[in-house]
Write a protein that binds this ligand. Structure first.
Ligand code: HAM
Length: 429
């Protein structure tokens, strides 16, 4: 008895119908980042487990419950990366990319792995595009990261559907003082907060602010506010960021409860959220992590970055019907050849056309077949035009040029004139 083959729960195939939208999305982001001078870095998908424990934090949901960790044949503990920042910092340190105060503006994309409960917009293998900037400590670069995402939302046609939430976590000293005050307050209200928050209070108290539990939320209404504990440096930094966003005309909401689920942040944190996707509404998130590089063994090096969830943004494009029509069509021309001689001539003609018309998307019929079956395949390919090559056309050195989507009559075109004709009606049209 054979069991039906299945992918792992929460890990999805991206099927041929979906890849054009993925490529459009990834291409749009890559083009945008080229325009801002960011350079791509590619890190391995697997790292030593310790890297994530030390950077993301031992008492975070990711490290405590969500990592895919295994022992390899050498007995080393390895983990499928749950995010990209840790590996990027590791690569930057390993290759000396941030030495001597060098500024690095990097981006990466690829799969990440978290053992979360799968639902719409939340998967166990998901994909991020992330940016990390090293050795710039001012609010100007925080603003640039936000400005470029704002431009991206416009390019994608989803600007009206996303909101920017901002907060400042202050320096680690300021956060330490706040943590003490919060613990004191919550300890005094211990019987009014939920069990999970009681646990977090002991391990990672700031995460209590993240709670979805209504009673705990009500208690938090009277809790000390992080903003009141901000150090002067962080306050000035945050004001500087807000002033730049105001100047750029980018709307934002200050969310004092925004603390993020990873431990490495300091000062600025932000999330772009949408209400169009249900519970998993954060499409892009990040912040500053000025202490991380040093914590990982490097020299003090300011850092800031974010990552966007590709699946969520693709879902948003689909929900808002912002999928450009042109990306669905993968083939412009379908060449049908009838008979052995025509098939041979078709092969060389097609190759010549590919030389002459850059960007041409031409599919040559394979597997022979009757008129009817080849036209059926031409139609199914989505092509705009069919080229027809039979014995008569061969004798006259022409092809039949047949519009498949009702744009005019079939006509014969000489081989010598074909490249020019295709260039005008396909590539530019
Ligand atoms: P994060 O908030 O954990 O941050 O993830 C960033 C984004 O990845 C989320 O906003 C969401 O869009 C997407 N995402 C996260 N988990 C899932 C999931 N299970 N399924 C689908 N999408 C998901 C980070 O990962 C940080 N490394 C971001 C960063 C870079 N901070 C500074 N630099």
């Amino acid at each position: 008895m054979s069991k039906t083959l299945q992918a792992i729960r929460g890990m999805n195939d991206i099927l041929p119908e979906q890849t054009p939208l993925w490529r459009y999305f990834e291409g749009t982001v890559a083009g945008l980042l080229d325009g801002y001078g960011y350079r791509q870095i590619r890190m391995p998908i697997v790292e030593f487990t310790d890297l994530f424990k030390r950077s993301i934090g031992e008492v975070t949901d990711i490290v405590e419950k969500e990592m895919y960790t295994f022992e390899d044949r050498n007995g080393d503990s390895l983990t499928l990366r749950p995010e990209g920042t840790a590996a990027c910092v590791r690569a930057v340190l390993e290759h000396g990319l941030s030495g001597g105060g060098q500024v690095q503006k990097l981006w990466y994309m690829g799969p990440m792995f978290r053992h979360e409960r799968p639902q719409k917009g939340r998967y166990r293998q998901f994909h991020q595009i992330g940016l990390e900037v090293f050795n710039l400590d001012g609010p100007d670069i925080d603003a640039e990261l936000i400005v470029l995402t704002w431009r991206l939302w416009k390019l994608l046609g989803i600007r009206d559907a996303v909101t920017l939430e901002l907060n400042s976590l202050g320096t680690s000293e300021a956060r330490g003082r706040y943590r003490e005050a919060l613990v004191e307050f919550l300890t005094a209200h211990l019987d009014q907060i939920d069990e999970d928050s009681q646990r977090r209070l002991k391990t990672n108290p700031l995460r209590v602010l993240d709670t979805k539990h209504p009673e705990t939320q009500a208690v938090l209404g009277n809790a000390p506010k992080l903003a009141d504990y901000l150090d002067e440096e962080s306050r000035v930094h945050f004001e500087g960021l807000k002033a730049r966003l105001d100047a750029a005309g980018i709307p934002y909401v200050i969310n004092p409860k925004l603390v993020r689920g990873l431990d490495y942040y300091s000062k600025t944190v932000f999330e772009w959220v949408t209400d169009k996707l249900g519970a998993q509404g954060t499409v892009c998130a990040g912040g500053r992590y000025d202490g991380l590089v040093e914590q990982m063994g490097g020299k003090p090096t300011p850092g800031v970055g974010f990552a966007m969830g590709i699946e969520r943004l693709i879902l948003l494009l689909e929900t808002l019907e912002q999928v450009p029509e042109s990306i669905a069509r993968q083939v412009d021309i379908y060449l049908c050849a009838f008979g052995e001689q025509a098939e041979l001539a078709g092969l060389t003609l097609a190759e010549r056309l590919r030389d002459q018309v850059p960007g041409l998307r031409l599919m040559v019929n394979a597997g022979a077949g009757s008129f009817k079956s080849q036209f059926k395949k031409a139609d199914k390919s989505g092509a705009l035009y069919a080229l027809i090559l039979g014995d008569d056309e061969l004798a006259q050195q022409v092809v039949g040029f047949k519009p498949l989507r009702g744009q005019g009559e079939q006509q014969n075109i000489a081989w010598s004139a074909l490249a020019d004709h295709l260039a005008t009606c396909v590539v530019q049209g």
